[in-house]
Design a protein around this ligand. Sequence first.
Ligand code: ADP
Ligand code: FBP
Ligand code: MG
Length: 545
Amino acid sequence: MASNDSDSQMKIVHGDAGYILEDVPHFADYIPNLPVFSLSLSLFRSSSITYANCIALTHSLADRLCTTFFFLQTYPNPLRSNPAYSVVKQYFVHMDDTVPQKVVVHKDSPRGVHFRRAGPRQKVYFKSDEVHACIVTCGGLCPGLNTVIREIVCGLSYMYGVNKVLGIDGGYRGFYSKNTITLTPKVVNDIHKRGGTILGTSRGGHDTGKIVDSIQDRGINQVYIIGGDGTQRGATVIYEEVRRRGLKVAIAGIPKTIDNDIPVIDKSFGFDTAVEEAQRAINAAHVEAESIENGIGVVKLMGRYSGFIAMYATLASRDVDCCLIPESPFYLEGKGGLFEFIEKRLKENGHMVIVIAEGAGQDLLTESMQAMDQKDASGNKLLQDVGLWISHKIKDHFARKDKMPINLKYIDPTYMIRAIPSNASDNVYCTLLAQSAVHGAMAGYTGFTVGLVNGRQTYIPFIRINERQNKVVITDRMWARLLSSTNQPSFLSPKDLEEAKKAESPTQLLEENNCNDVGDAEKEQPPKDEQESGNHTDNGIKTQN
Ligand SMILES: Nc1ncnc2c1ncn2[C@@H]1O[C@H](COP(=O)(O)OP(=O)(O)O)[C@@H](O)[C@H]1O
Ligand SMILES: O=P(O)(O)OC[C@H]1O[C@](O)(COP(=O)(O)O)[C@@H](O)[C@@H]1O
Ligand SMILES: [Mg+2]
């Protein structure tokens, strides 16, 4: 039984045992199907034309009707005749294939929320030569952007015979203020070996009316939008305007976030590459610190609101003594403070490494510097440099007569870790994401973000992606693993800890087996059904275990 909550644009399908499909929009939701088959049958019955000619006649009539009156016409998926795919027994995804959002369940758990599985369908809603696609990259850089671009272009060409693909220059504003860039497999052949985005990116400049006008004027009918939480919100309003105008234009989002601040998906492409690159900076800081008496290495990593890179780089490195993230408040002076911990660790080991996410400690900075609540062109908070600030505070503290002399080295690799090309595993991940987006658009789905959920490519409704930011939950097992690895204090007063625990579902702490695996990155506020079932997963990035 399907219901369409028009306010939230969420297509809900209910099944047995508490099964809920949070489906994604499809052209058929708002564009009438053209009954070609019944047309050809009635033509055959009412004339002396052979049935084959009736089919041919109605198809050519239908093509004209579909282009002028936006009727829907379906075609067999050209992959049927593609030698590379014909060997696969069951290449097409079954129309009822869905992926569960929660995989840690009890024997009586309701089946819960599911998302539509990504992949090629038997029928497509575009003929190869009628597809006019475009690709746009928005927001901050992330390793793998060029790989996603490359694989969308090559996927459209090699799998679906599509050769009209445009690149939008410089983010959303490029739709209406720049010329487009023609993209072919030849043009993009080796771009995956380069960091950044060949299309350029930007913040701000999102004008829904102008963007959809340019899509319509250019005759574009597939739009692939690569970007983070802000970009996906921008894609949502573009989809809503396209639907309002009744246009047969597929809007497909590919999530990109170096901070891993997008919910629902297991992780963002580029995240593993960024964590791997951060190791180089942490190793350098560790070498500097251990090579001199009372050496302290300070490394600032990206993470405006979410500290996943700092957390995972710390867990991977094992050379870090203290990891500070936006989600976990800390304080400097007094008992249990950072200065006390530094003194203790230097006496124990003679050196230490501190990793701090750029969004950590901003509350302390605003106390000690004039409050700066400036925002970037997209409305994101502009941060003060917490790395420099904490380095100065530590130096000043230990410069006092009664304190031990220290040698502090500060390393800031923030932009380095996002401007590099993606590593091998992220390249494969980018390929699967790009191809899933292409399959979805060709199959007539729209208004979706493609993403890995429990290790399966899925189509996720925009509203699920936009409803919150993904953050580290400091009362969860993954953060506990970090604290046990660094042996740092939690810097939380008993009152803070109690508040943090209250912020989680009350049954979470009782449901031992719901918190024991490295689940998908935890949401700030799990959806209602998760709170009720107490089914809460760890922080962290889902790995196949
Ligand atoms: N709520 C929104 N509605 C429409 N466009 C948005 C919204 N939020 C951000 N955008 C646009 O999306 C683009 C990227 O957003 P930004 O937050 O800078 O990066 P990211 O999407 O990578 O997090 C910008 O052009 C911005 O103007
Ligand atoms: O690219 P800018 O404008 O310097 O912004 C830097 C910020 O962008 C980020 O890399 C995240 O950008 P996105 O949200 O666009 O992915 C943050 O980690 C960092 O704080
Ligand atoms: Mg963002």
